[in-house]
Design a protein around this ligand. Structure first.
Ligand SMILES: [Zn+2]
Ligand SMILES: [Zn+2]
Length: 332
């Protein structure tokens, strides 16, 4: 009998699904790409054909211009070569999907990046029992346990209200994290205008065009220092320490990322208020998901594979590492 999943090949530039003649999240231009979500390490430009959710295609067009895209809505199933393919919510960012592949009675789920906690900007992760679960492991160490999102947002608001002469400047990845911070603030009852750096304007508009309500937003370029005092300002992480921030009223520098769990990372960026808010599964979410799906095999990609592999083995699940390169996970 052939090895389980022998029709799926792992290459440095991505996962190749042989009977579909298609690549998943390839890091090099390919004839046919199945793309899990819009972060630039997963969604590159230059493919001849792209199959992705309508939201992901819109994000790719926003970044790379027109795509030869085929939109596949959540839950729709299509035949690609000899493989049945469907896209299922991954709960990571707007439009993010797990890719479900079925071929000759075997079911393989490629998680892409995912998380299990609720996120007001995107559909919740849907568990799909399978034979092989190909999982990310960005935070695949027991030390990574993300706190409740609400308590991190409350810390932000507490800091904001403690000194109305200052603003709180939050560094957040432009796709996904920035919009999530805004909506989480709204859910915690913060309805004041939120100021944003120009680099996230188009993605804010794209989220709104898909029905995500962000409330009143204002561009920092059209505001005075005084107007921004006592307000939240959102910028991409790269702008936290650059000249641009000098125009802000004595900013408290914050950053929203799963990596803020590591003090040294916060110090490197001169972050005064580290917020541990992640769009990736933490250790408990990774192991809970594997328990729930009960796969025969787990294949582990970009991240700290070793600890999760060991966990699988102690739970009688066959596991291996895939050596893919080029997935940075700057997105968190
Ligand atoms: Zn991502
Ligand atoms: Zn990733």
């Amino acid at each position: 009998m052939a090895r389980l999943g022998s029709w799926i090949e792992s290459h440095p530039e991505g996962i190749y699904v042989r009977p579909a003649d298609a690549w998943i999240d390839p890091t090099q231009p390919k004839a046919k790409a199945l793309v899990t979500h819009g972060h630039s390490d997963h969604a590159r430009g230059g493919h001849s054909a792209v199959l992705a959710t309508p939201e992901t295609l819109a994000i790719m067009e926003c970044r790379y211009g027109p795509q030869h895209g085929q939109p596949i809505a959540y839950g729709d199933s299509i035949r690609v070569g000899e493989v049945d393919v469907s896209f299922v919510p991954a709960g990571h960012v707007l439009g993010s999907a797990q890719i479900v592949l079925e071929h000759k009675g075997e079911k393989v789920v490629v998680s892409g990046d995912y998380k299990r906690r609720p996120d007001p900007t995107c559909a919740c992760f849907v568990p799909v029992p399978c034979d092989i679960f190909i999982t990310e492991a960005t935070f695949g160490l027991p030390v990574f346990r993300h706190p409740e999102t609400g308590s991190e947002i409350d810390r932000l608001l507490h800091r904001l209200h403690s000194d109305p002469s200052r603003c709180v400047l939050v560094g957040a990845y432009a796709l996904g994290k920035a919009q999530r911070i805004i909506t989480e603030l709204r859910e915690r009852g913060h309805h004041d205008p939120i100021y944003f750096h120009g680099a996230i304007e188009r993605l804010n508009q794209l989220y709104e065009s898909f029905g995500v309500e962000l409330g009143e937003l204002r561009h920092t370029a059209s505001a005075t220092k005084q107007e921004m005092a006592g307000h939240v300002v959102i910028c991409p992480p790269g702008a936290l320490n650059d000249r641009w921030s000098r125009r802000l009223p004595d900013p408290v520098t914050a950053m929203a990322s799963g990596w803020m769990r590591i003090r040294q990372r916060a110090r490197q960026r001169n972050v005064e208020l580290p917020l541990v808010i992640s769009d990736h599964a933490d250790w408990d979410e990774l192991t809970m998901t594997i328990r729930e799906l009960e796969p025969t095999e787990v294949w582990i990609t970009h991240g700290r594979e070793e600890a999760l592999k060991h966990w699988c083995m102690t739970h009688q699940i066959k596991a291996c590492e895939l050596n893919l390169v080029g997935y940075e996970d700057e997105d968190d």
